[in-house]
Design a protein around this ligand. Structure first.
Ligand code: ADP
Ligand code: MG
Length: 552
């Protein structure tokens, strides 16, 4: 017989466990939500695999979650007859931080105050069990596999793995030996309250029993929330469901629950969060909208939102799609493409309504996701106008942000034909740039763009309302046509003689030689004597910096 093998957690995890137990959650209650969500995922994965491989379901086709409490032993068990985990999967999935961004998570924890705010955005899943348990035992029997395995840890840095003696016939059983101060989680009434609170609409039935007392009863019947009529769902239920499916802690800024009938029939339940998750800028830019077909889970990342709406969470449940959709088919299926078009339109229009009716809430959405939404300005030309209408800016007239392009245009000066902007990494530095002096002297507003994405869309955008976007550092930012605004008791400055200007320019050019391509006079400065500008046709200065950083 094999003896138990002991392995360390991935280095970061041990530290994370400690930090998490002591600081992540305001209430440890969330561990139950995390474990039930894993069990439900496991059931849904098996249900889906069973479509093509019915043998996996064997003689136990009804997927379910069973909770057992043992107050005397201070034990809580959560079992599912889902997909289960092999030995390798136990090591891989429970021994390393499951979600990407471990490093970012650690940084967030270390950033003290700011970290506190960020922490709430991480879903730490399985590890949250250690907030209440002194030991966690995971016994698992992967569907279709011969052997079952037991994973055990006290969360202090190591786990053991060995063959399981008493594993479930299929699926996973998670047993928590509760710490004394958390013994109340072995109480049926406590668990019932928590499950009804945040897992009431899990699409898998949940039962509970107290060990030693034979009655097993149903807590959740497995009816999916989205299948219920809107009128029967409270705002709180939507919020809890959002937190459950998205692994989130905030309140959605927007909830869209809609049923389409016509060319095809489907239900969508989509949420726009209020807070950005830590991996918003992950390079793969994947969406997180789940796809169901007739209540059966198909995938976590259905292509039903464009990349610039990847912060949208929730699900789409189709009545018409085939159940055996492969990955490739997902990408090319015309019905899904149609759902995507309809849902993109819907999300943008709901965001617009939110912006019009509840600007304070919308401001939070924009702060969290504006930089992502702006990707749509160059990726989705067809919806550019809608995205413009949602865009908010910081400008010389609105240092706190919240400025719309419509505001800007309404405030344009006589003879002003362009929308002027400055791009850079830092708003304060931008605002202090000498490039803006001439604009200030004419009371011309300048948009201050400091998100990395700004340098891209602003160059490809064709303009707004017929007005081109023009950089203040680009040579063509011609201000001559706009009259300066002088304060009444300030004398109008005298213009230097043309010959003097020509001599000075020549001297400066001589002194700087190859370092500059041209020296010329400009109306863009008011108090500073000189500034650097980019040539009319070349890259904007910020773009130049980005390009050189990428070594092109
Ligand atoms: P997440 O659910 O976000 O992936 P978790 O930390 O909650 O992160 O879980 C890590 C991984 O462990 C899951 O992705 C899954 O592969 C596996 N897992 C956890 N619980 C179960 C379970 N009950 N059955 C099967 N696999 C599980
Ligand atoms: Mg999980």
């Amino acid at each position: 017989t094999q003896t138990a093998e002991t392995r360390p957690f991935e280095a970061d995890v041990a530290r994370l466990l400690h930090l998490m137990v002591h600081s992540v959650y305001s209430t440890p209650d969330v561990f139950l939500r995390e474990l039930i969500s894993n069990a439900a995922d496991a059931c849904e994965k098996l249900r889906q695999k069973g479509l093509t491989d019915p043998a996996l379901l064997g003689d136990d086709p009804s997927l379910k979650i069973a909770i057992a409490v043992d107050p005397e032993a201070k034990r809580l068990t959560i079992s599912d007859n889902g997909i289960g985990m092999t030995r390798e999967e136990l090591i891989e999935n429970l021994g390393t931080m499951a979600r990407s961004g471990t490093e970012k998570f650690r940084q967030a924890l270390e950033e003290k105050d700011q970290g506190k705010a960020l922490i709430g955005q991480f879903g730490v899943g399985f590890y949250s069990a250690f907030m209440v348990a002194s030991e966690v035992l995971v016994e698992s029997h992967a569907a279709g596999e011969g052997e079952a395995w037991a994973w055990r840890s006290d969360g202090s840095g190591e786990f053991t793995i060995e063959p399981a003696r008493d594993a479930p016939a299929r699926g996973t059983r998670v047993t928590l030996s509760l710490r004394d101060d958390h013994a109340s989680y072995a109480d049926e009434a406590t668990i019932e309250r928590l499950v009804k609170h945040h897992s009431a609409h899990v699409p898998v039935p949940i039962t509970i029993e107290t060990i030693g007392d034979d009655a097993r009863r149903e807590l959740v019947d497995g009816t999916a929330l989205w299948a219920k009529p809107k009128s029967e769902i409270s705002e709180e239920e939507y919020t809890e469901f959002y937190r459950f499916t998205a692994g989130a802690f905030d309140t959605p800024a927007l909830t869209i629950h809609t049923h389409a009938e016509g060319r095809q029939e489907y239900t969508a339940l989509l949420f726009v969060p209020e807070m950005a998750p830590f991996d918003l800028f992950d390079p793969d830019r994947k969406g997180r909208v789940k796809l169901y077909v007739r209540r059966i889970f198909i995938t976590d990342d259905a292509p039903v939102m464009p990349a610039y709406l990847r912060f949208v969470r929730g699900l789409v449940d189709s009545e018409d799609l085939p159940l055996n959709l492969s990955r490739e088919m997902l990408q090319t299926n015309p019905m899904l493409a149609q759902i995507r078009t309809a849902m993109t339109k819907r999300v943008l229009s709901e965001l617009k309504k939110l912006a019009d009716n509840t600007p304070e809430t919308y401001a939070k959405v924009w702060d969290a996701f504006g930089p992502v939404l702006k990707e749509g300005l160059y990726e989705d030309a067809e919806r550019r106008d809608e995205i413009y209408a949602l865009s908010r800016f910081t400008s010389t007239k609105a240092p706190e942000g919240g400025r719309t392009l419509a505001d800007y245009v309404a405030d344009m000066k006589e003879n002003q034909t362009a929308i002027f902007y400055a791009v850079g990494e830092d708003k304060e530095r931008l605002a202090a740039s000498p490039h803006l002096e001439g604009f200030a002297a004419r009371d011309v507003e300048v948009l201050l763009l400091s998100d990395p994405v700004d340098a891209f869309w602003v160059r490809t955008a064709l303009g707004y309302d017929g007005k081109p976007f023009t950089s203040v550092t680009q040579g063509s930012a011609d201000l001559d046509k706009i009259a300066p605004v002088y304060k009444p008791n300030e004398p109008t400055p005298e213009r230097a003689k043309d010959s003097d200007i020509a001599t000075l320019s020549a001297l400066v050019k001589q002194a700087l030689e190859e370092k500059v391509s041209e020296v010329r006079t400009s109306s863009r400065l008011a108090t500073s004597p000189a500034c650097l500008v980019a040539p009319d046709m070349g890259y904007d200065r910020q773009m130049e910096r980005i390009v050189s950083r990428h070594g092109k």
